[in-house]
Design a protein around this ligand. Structure first.
Ligand code: PFF
Length: 461
């Protein structure tokens, strides 16, 4: 068994925690979590989300880190090596492939949305939102997304920076970037939380997020639908970066003697904290300005500038917020493409540099599908009555990631020997924590994900 990945290693445990938290904390926490929480009516959605994080996300993340740490390579090659080691079918390599593809698809649209945030930085800084009425703010957003050229421009900028970081390598690129970005991000988040707590409707936002009303989650239009629960589970996988090999490849760069449980706990805790705080900040502003929580994908972009336009030093806080969003997106984006880049390098036909350029160009092209789905192709709804962006998002977050997660759980809990599992975990096999983890991974994850899938396609209704 090789002991070091050919791509290098993190310099410390903390570097891994920063990188994995950087991967987990992103648009998913600050843009997506608040808007889907708004759409599904608040409290009940949040509770189901938290349950999914604790009972499925946390154990799967430990399993995913474990696979990477044992495989020491890109998800494709890690799965090849592990299937061999544990005498399993070669088809397990497909799990690695599905990860590479999911990461690629997610980043293709992720970069476009992050481009919106980039576009907002100079706009907010210039002060155009000062005292602007809510309706006009909405028009600014609608004008931006209706303009394919602008979107392509910002999408390009975002991707170029992402690929430059990835080309820099594990320590020189990824680690260096996240060790600046993560502390900056937490600092900005706490400044904004301070502001949110000073708004008149902070408490209302706490109630919105924590008062449980299953009526709103299960019967959004008065009719039963399992969609809210699927969305909560998909969001747990998406937000924790699970089921597609990003965390696996980061695990491959861990020094061999590292115990997995604590570092995973730190990442899960940080990710959940950021999502909850982002929700509280955003809904405080929404309610304090009499706005609508169910505004969909535009929530952060149509609503926050209204508040920034009215508060003292709003242009400053607003600029800070959008910079925060972009930094969070960058540290996630690099992990979305790292599985593909690592694999390309392992083929021996690419250097890290050429692999980054090649993936960047491919991502840019596929990203155009998302760009156009907001304007010239907005009526093109090829399947399930969803536009291309919504379709890619649904397919990846709600289907590919949970399925990938179940396969990861299955491999670790049913196919690997207990001895090697314990060896990689660096955890005592007598401890309660170990038994709980193994139980969750063996039974709760696969059954839970299946039930949510069946529920979503209406089997129980
Ligand atoms: N976790 C990131 C977010 O919340 O924005 C998105 C993401 C990154 C998903 C990496 C999946 C992944 F592998």
């Amino acid at each position: 068994m090789t002991t070091q990945s050919i791509h290098g290693e993190w310099s410390s445990r903390l570097a891994f925690i920063f990188a994995a938290t950087g991967s987990a904390v992103g648009l998913g926490n600050i843009w997506k979590f608040p808007y889907i929480t708004g759409e599904y009516g608040g409290g009940a959605f949040v509770i189901v989300y938290l349950l999914c994080v604790a009972m499925i996300g946390f154990p799967v993340m430990m399993a995913e880190v474990l696979l990477g740490k044992r495989g020491r390579a890109s998800p494709v090659n890690s799965m090849r090596v592990l299937a061999q080691e544990f005498r399993q079918s070669k088809l397990w390599i497909l799990l690695g492939w599905s990860g590479v593809i999911a990461g690629f698809l997610i980043l293709s649209y992720y970069s476009v949305i992050a481009g919106w945030a980039l576009a907002y930085v100079p706009q907010v800084a210039s002060g155009i939102f000062v005292n602007m009425p809510a309706q006009e703010v909405g028009v600014v957003f609608d004008t931006l997304v209706a303009n394919p050229l602008m979107l392509v421009g910002w999408h390009t900028v975002f991707l170029v920076v992402t690929m430059v970081i990835v080309a820099g390598g594990v320590q020189g690129g990824l680690e260096r970037a996240v060790s600046v970005m993560m502390p900056a991000l937490f600092l900005m988040l706490f400044i904004l939380l301070g502001y949110a707590m000073s708004t008149p409707h902070f408490i209302e936002s706490v109630h919105f997020m924590f008062d449980i009303d299953f009526q709103k989650l299960l019967y959004p239009n008065g009719e039963f639908s399992g969609d809210g629960i699927l969305a909560a589970m998909g969001q747990a996988f998406f937000s924790l970066s699970l089921g597609m090999g990003a965390i696996m490849v980061y695990g491959a760069y861990l020094p061999k003697k590292t115990s997995i449980a604590q570092i995973t706990a730190a990442v899960v805790f940080a990710d959940t904290l950021v999502a909850i705080l982002a929700g509280l900040i955003i809904f405080s502003i929404v309610f304090s300005n009499g706005l609508e929580p169910a505004a969909g994908v535009g929530l952060v972009f149509k609503i926050l500038p209204v508040a920034f336009g009215q508060m003292p030093y709003g242009s400053f806080f607003g600029t800070l917020f959008f910079i925060l969003l972009v930094l969070a997106a960058w540290s996630s984006a690099i992990s979305l493409i790292e599985p593909a880049v690592a694999w390309l390098v392992e083929t021996g036909k690419f250097t890290r540099f050429s692999a980054s350029i090649f993936s960047g160009i491919a991502l840019w092209l596929v990203g155009l599908l998302t760009v156009f789905s907001f304007n010239i192709w907005s009526d093109f709804k090829p399947f399930f009555d969803k536009d291309l962006f919504t379709l890619i998002d649904y397919l990846t977050a709600n289907i590919m990631l949970p399925l990938g997660g179940v396969c990861i759980a299955f491999f670790v809990a049913w196919l690997m020997t207990r001895k090697s599992v314990i060896e990689e975990l660096e955890m005592s096999s007598d401890s309660f924590a170990y038994h709980l983890w193994y139980f969750l991974l063996r039974y709760v994850t696969p059954i839970g994900v299946c039930v949510v899938f069946l529920n979503a396609i209406g089997v129980f209704s």
